[in-house]
Design a protein around this ligand. Structure first.
Ligand SMILES: [Cu+2]
Length: 512
């Protein structure tokens, strides 16, 4: 049987962000092309046969993004975004988290299965300016493209907008053994997809751009580069795509409808490669794709588009022929069994703008919304109650676990969501069934990953526990403590503080 080449974006067209009232279309860049920035690999401080030690520093800096004035940005071990971190599965990993920013932040490992709420780095794990903290963990999960980003409620969106996001590559022996492009920066390329608006003197102004349904800008910024090109020197290129935008959906395709093959989703390889000409990512989703430039000649150009706007140009140079076929089998999914007697857990994402809620409530850091025993697989039904027309796709993200997508409104999931994931776009009027099992006890957040929605309270948290053992007590943060700290750091009164999610709570008459 010949395998299909998929030619659609799978998601429901009436719910695309292009129909939003506040949609900001991308504009063709008016600045000269520049080489795509490839983040350096973060060097370990030291490494032994069993352990590896890193220091990750959140820092402020200036970045030459546009001609003229440099843009004030934040990053991890870099002025913007960050160095790429590599975590080998099985090694004991130690990370020193340093905060050199003028305000508190957290270090959230999006896609890593590490214990919550402290190592996970959500809102309960602030690192204050000038402080450093140490975390350590051992990963037991498949190779994947994950990422690190700030998650200090309710300022996650603004901190990510300033640049606090970088890729974290989980590596394992199985993935390394496959005939896939592996050479970082040569044929294995990270692509962090973001959009920004540049104000006077090329500066960001998050408050000016604020939209409770998600902040957008007209300029595509890829790995921190505007109008990038990449010099292709191999027949095959593996692109690790991350929707690192606060709100934007990326509908990606190449010039001449060049087909490409998706090999991995958020947190694992796909069982089998999926060939397609179009790919849509919702916020925080990842896809690894392999593009084959067979037949292209030196001097040719292949362009990656988002909708109808070019975002990266691939300039073809001479390459050695590489006609190795991609393996038909990439990964074995071992799905845990669900006890049919267990009830299906229901999660409802509702509203838009300031009205967004999860299960009819806004997030409260001090409230545990659900409990699930470690090791017990359960079905979770995630429903988006938005109307198809005028509604939006909400990307549902879970901390502390990888899930399988079982069905969409009772139908098969999309062909490219057959591996493990941590974020899934839910269409308006749709119920997506997930298979969820936690391996580690802790407190974990789950939320919409339109970051302004999460700051606006479209978030909840679950405590996972080991049956038969006493429930550990976790020190959970509260909004007042964080808000007072932000105000102090900014040298203003708490009453003068503006933060992204505040209006969403205030307009709904709810306390943060
Ligand atoms: Cu949302």
């Amino acid at each position: 049987m010949t395998k299909p080449i998929y030619t659609d974006y799978f998601f429901d067209e009436p719910a695309y962000n292009t129909h939003d009232g506040g949609y900001v279309p991308l504009e063709r860049p008016a600045v000269p092309a520049k080489p795509l920035a490839i983040p350096a690999l973060l060097k370990p401080d030291r490494e032994t046969a069993t352990d590896v030690y890193y220091t990750v520093t959140a820092q402020a800096g200036e970045t030459q993004i546009l001609p003229g004035a440099k843009t004030k940005t934040w990053g991890y071990n870099a002025s913007v975004l960050g160095q790429t971190i590599v975590f080998p599965v099985g090694k004991h990993i130690h990370v020193t988290l340093q905060n050199h920013l003028p305000e508190l932040t957290t270090f959230h490992w999006h896609g890593l299965i590490v214990s919550g709420p402290y190592v996970d780095g959500g809102c309960h794990a602030p690192v204050y300016p000038g402080e450093e903290k140490h975390i350590d963990f051992t990963l037991d999960q498949p190779a994947a493209t994950t990422w690190l980003h700030a998650h200090p409620c309710p300022s996650t969106a603004e901190q990510v907008w300033h640049g606090l996001a970088t890729m974290v590559l989980v590596t394992d022996a199985h993935s390394a053994s496959l005939p896939l492009p592996h050479e970082y920066g040569v044929d294995d390329i990270p692509l962090v997809l973001q959009d920004r608006r540049f104000h006077e003197d090329n500066q960001l102004d998050y408050h000016a751009d604020y939209d409770p349904d998600g902040v957008q800008g007209p300029t595509a910024v890829i790995n921190g580069t505007v109008n990038p090109y990449f010099d292709v020197t191999t027949q095959k290129l593996r692109l690790r795509l991350l929707d690192g935008a606060n709100r934007r959906e990326w509908r990606l395709h190449f010039s001449d409808d060049l087909p490409f093959t998706q090999i991995a989703g958020d947190t694992s390889l796909l069982p089998t490669p999926v060939t397609m000409t179009k790919l849509m990512l919702t916020c925080a989703e990842r896809a690894e794709i392999v593009v084959d430039f067979k037949g292209r000649q030196p001097g040719d150009k292949v362009t990656l588009f988002a909708d109808d706007v070019p975002i990266v140009e691939f300039r073809i140079h001479a390459f050695q022929p590489d006609n190795t076929a991609l393996p038909e089998h990439l990964f074995t999914v071992s799905a845990p069994t669900v006890d049919p007697a267990l009830p299906v857990r229901k999660v409802v994402m509702s509203g838009m703008d300031e009205q967004v809620m999860l299960d009819g409530k806004k997030f409260n850091m001090q409230r545990i919304d659900a409990k699930q025993p470690v090791g017990q697989a359960e079905y979770w039904d995630i429903t988006n109650t938005n109307e198809m027309h005028g509604g939006m796709v909400h990307p549902f993200h879970m901390h502390g676990t990888s899930f399988l997508v079982i069905s969409r409104n009772g139908h098969a999931p999309y062909p490219n969501e057959t591996g493990f994931k941590d974020t899934v776009g839910v269409n308006p009027g749709e119920t997506v069934r997930l298979l969820v099992k936690f391996d580690l006890p802790g407190v974990y957040m789950y939320h919409c990953h339109i970051i302004e929605h999460e700051d606006g309270g479209m978030m909840a948290q679950i405590q996972t526990y080991e049956p038969g053992k006493p429930l550990p007590k976790y020190k959970l943060m509260d909004m007042d403590t964080l808000m007072n700290a932000f105000a102090k750091e900014r040298g203003i009164k708490p009453s003068e503080l503006w933060m992204a999610g505040m209006e969403s709570y205030e307009k709904m008459g709810m306390k943060m």
